[in-house]
Design a protein around this ligand. Sequence first.
Ligand SMILES: [Zn+2]
Length: 160
Amino acid sequence: MTLTVQSLGGTRYRVTDPAGSGQPHVVDLAGPTCDCPDFAFRGRLRPCKHGRAAVAFRESDPQGGLLDALSDKDTLDVIDPPPHSRGLEAPDPEAVAIADVALALWRRELRDHKRSATTFDALWVAACATMWAREAQGTPHLAARWYAMARAVIERETAA
Ligand SMILES: [Zn+2]
């Protein structure tokens, strides 16, 4: 399966999968974002094939890193961590602590009938992310991302 990638300038790429829908999708590595349904569903937590193809295309160009202001740390790690870092990355203890509190709080509110299981708010998102993180314990870099999401949701909510 070969996806075709065209640079649209800056951090934007047009990616087409001839073996898929054949419809071109626009990836912006600055987000990162993609306009495909897969990205809309999974967000930036797991890259869609267009995002991965755009990153591979960009990495294959030795000048790529100079063409825009994106650093590896800021962008490429977010989209798809390099294989050599996967075994090393572990959940941040502070994020785990915040996530655990969020899940405990969600469970208490549910028990106290302050919410239903389908009250979809920030705390619900954080609780879900925490449960997914726990399920991903065997894959530390993945667990780390779910914990980070739970923390980000809670911090954004408490800052508002
Ligand atoms: Zn996509």
